[in-house]
Design a protein around this ligand. Structure first.
Ligand SMILES: NC(=O)c1ccc[n+]([C@@H]2O[C@H](COP(=O)([O-])OP(=O)(O)OC[C@H]3O[C@@H](n4cnc5c(N)ncnc54)[C@H](OP(=O)(O)O)[C@@H]3O)[C@@H](O)[C@H]2O)c1
Length: 251
């Protein structure tokens, strides 16, 4: 009773903005004592997603080269840190001019300012690519991958497809696009998949340990009180947040 825990429940039970949520204990981990509640709350979704992409699907090994799109974003900022922690020899990341120093400070060894350079013209032969942008970027990021490499996309394109084709056909079209992309990758000697984070309490515990030891540092852009939730969503929709936006539910 009374343990301080973190989680990122499944999409069936997200409990967004709730004060209480009932979830399976297998999906929780103790909060790292070093972190504030706001810092701890900012990590589970993005860290589980980055782990799924780089470690589970990407099978990251020391000495490999990793490319992370949107390095200043929630997932990107954690993915850079995880890639460095697990021994990547090079971590390239994209961001706009104002975020170059921030992304370098997270551990990126090569930062491509996308307002000045096209990343697919200056990068090549990466072992693992994390696509956090989707759409045309998926194909462009695929070109940066070396033979035998793995592209993990965390943007399935379902909202775009359902807007265009309606709820049923849209999901089918998005599913077909994902499947055909993976199959085409296989024919080209590469691996590609769309991934969704899975909530695993044991893994979350490892993530909290990394944070406790200072090997993973949360990046919080802004904290909004629940009363300003509409403003928080408007800010998120700008696509300019550095790291995570946190909602303070209870004062
Ligand atoms: N599959 C899953 O389980 C899962 C889990 C979490 C998130 N997601 C999805 O993954 C995507 C990324 O999530 P997120 O939370 O990391 O996003 P986010 O935090 O909202 O991303 C904002 C960041 O994106 C950067 N950005 C915007 N346009 C860019 C571009 N053209 N090139 C490079 N960087 C760009 C911005 O940096 P600048 O201001 O420097 O441009 C900003 O820092 C979202 O679509 C989200 O829905 C999926």
């Amino acid at each position: 009773m009374g343990d301080e825990v973190v989680s990122s429940p499944t999409h069936r039970r997200q409990g967004c903005y709730a004060e209480y949520v009932a979830i399976d204990e297998a999906m929780v981990a103790h909060k790292a004592p070093r972190l504030t509640h706001q810092e701890a709350a900012s990590l589970p979704l993005v860290a589980l997603t980055a782990w799924e992409a780089l470690i589970k699907f990407g099978r990251l090994e020391p000495g490999q080269r990793v490319f992370v799109q949107a390095g200043a974003g929630g997932v990107g900022s954690v993915a850079i840190q995880l890639a460095r922690h697990f021994g990547a020899s090079e971590v390239a990341a994209t961001c706009s001019t104002r975020n170059v120093e921030l992304v370098e400070s997270l551990g990126a060894t090569r930062v491509v300012d996308y307002t000045k350079h096209e990343y697919d013209e200056v990068l090549s032969d990466y072992d693992i690519v994390l696509d956090a942008l989707g759409g045309e970027h998926k194909e462009r990021a695929f070109a940066v991958l070396k033979q035998g490499g793995a592209l993990a996309s965390i943007v399935a394109g379902i909202p775009t497809a359902t807007e265009k084709y309606g709820p049923n056909l849209g999901v089918l079209v998005a599913g077909w696009q994902m499947l055909s992309f993976s199959v085409r990758a296989r024919f080209k000697g590469k691996r590609a998949a769309n991934l969704v984070k899975k909530c695993d309490g044991e893994l979350l515990g490892r993530i909290m340990n990394l944070a406790e030891d200072g090997n993973l540092n949360p990046l919080i852009d802004r904290v909004f009180p629940l009363e300003q939730i509409a403003e928080a969503h408007r800010y998120a929709e700008t696509g300019r947040a550095r790291g995570k936006i946190v909602i303070q539910v209870r004062r």
